[in-house]
Design a protein around this ligand. Structure first.
Ligand SMILES: [Zn+2]
Length: 270
């Protein structure tokens, strides 16, 4: 159980006096007080035994969990938004060396954790992650979905552009052997499941494609989510031709702009 911190009570005279003092302090005094407090904390942490440390982290954890359970959904959104803004501000401020350093540390920590995890923990982690992803996808609006897919697509295209032909072969070979290994491992129930999903996806795509849009602009149907129709959601004009740098939509063919590099525009020589 976390220790009770009576000094935090709004009722005590001491707490009230300290609050008044704090609200009157200058920016300089505030910085000084926080620095002094940080120094004391650091000293205490340096002095604490490993048992004290575990104890402190456990109470802290307990308190955090209790707070999270008590918070309303508005408070939760508010907390996450503040946290997000703080993270973004920190990221904005960091130099490129600090960024590399942060990512390397994070990466090393992740690798160490993965190394330590048992196969049961691994399955558990992947299942949790999966259900979180599914929940997020369920919550996302159709605009957010398009945005997510477009960023992902742009990232993939940028990576593909950067890869050498040897890397490309390597990538396709690994992907292929991964697919084959997965197929080998799958039970007959999983196989049926996979084929059924694939089938449902094709049907869905076909339905989206085949929706009759003849004169649809004159006969608006409020039961149709037009943004979900492939014929309407043509994405953004953000595909860049590697050969002539023309901007195109996703569905436009490679030859549309410059016939695959055969035509050179005098105004667009790169
Ligand atoms: Zn082109």
């Amino acid at each position: 159980m976390p220790r009770k911190r009576t000094q935090l009570s709004r009722q005590t005279a001491t707490a009230k006096r300290l609050r008044v003092l704090r609200s009157n302090e200058t920016e300089d005094e505030n910085m000084h007080r926080l620095a002094a407090q940080r120094a004391i904390t650091e000293q205490n942490r340096a002095r604490e035994s490993s048992v004290d440390r575990s104890q402190r982290l456990a109470s802290q954890n307990f308190r955090t969990l209790a707070n999270r359970q008590r918070e309303s959904s508005a408070e939760r959104s508010q907390r996450l938004a503040t946290q997000n803004a703080r993270t973004m501000a920190n990221r904005d401020r960091e130099s490129s060396a600090e960024r590399s350093q942060r990512l390397a540390t994070q990466n090393a920590r992740t690798m160490a954790n993965r190394d330590r995890e048992s196969s049961a923990e691994r399955s558990q982690r992947l299942a949790t992650q999966n259900s979180r992803t599914m929940a997020n996808r369920d919550r996302e609006s159709s605009a957010e979905r398009s945005q997510r897919l477009a960023s992902q697509n742009a990232r993939t295209l940028a990576n593909r552009d950067r890869e050498s032909s040897a890397e490309r072969s390597q990538r396709l070979a690994s992907q292929n052997s991964r697919t084959l290994a997965n197929r080998d491992r799958e039970s007959s129930a999983e196989r049926s499941q996979r084929l059924a999903q694939q089938n449902a996806r094709s049907t869905r795509n076909r339905t989206r494609r085949q929706h009759n849009l003849l004169n649809a602009a004159f006969t608006y149907d409020c039961t149709v989510d037009y943004s979900e129709l492939n014929d309407i959601d043509i994405g953004r004009m953000d595909k860049i031709c590697n050969l002539c740098q023309a901007k195109k939509w996703a569905a436009e063919t490679p030859g549309l702009c410059c016939s695959g590099g055969k035509i050179r525009y005098p105004c667009a020589q790169i």
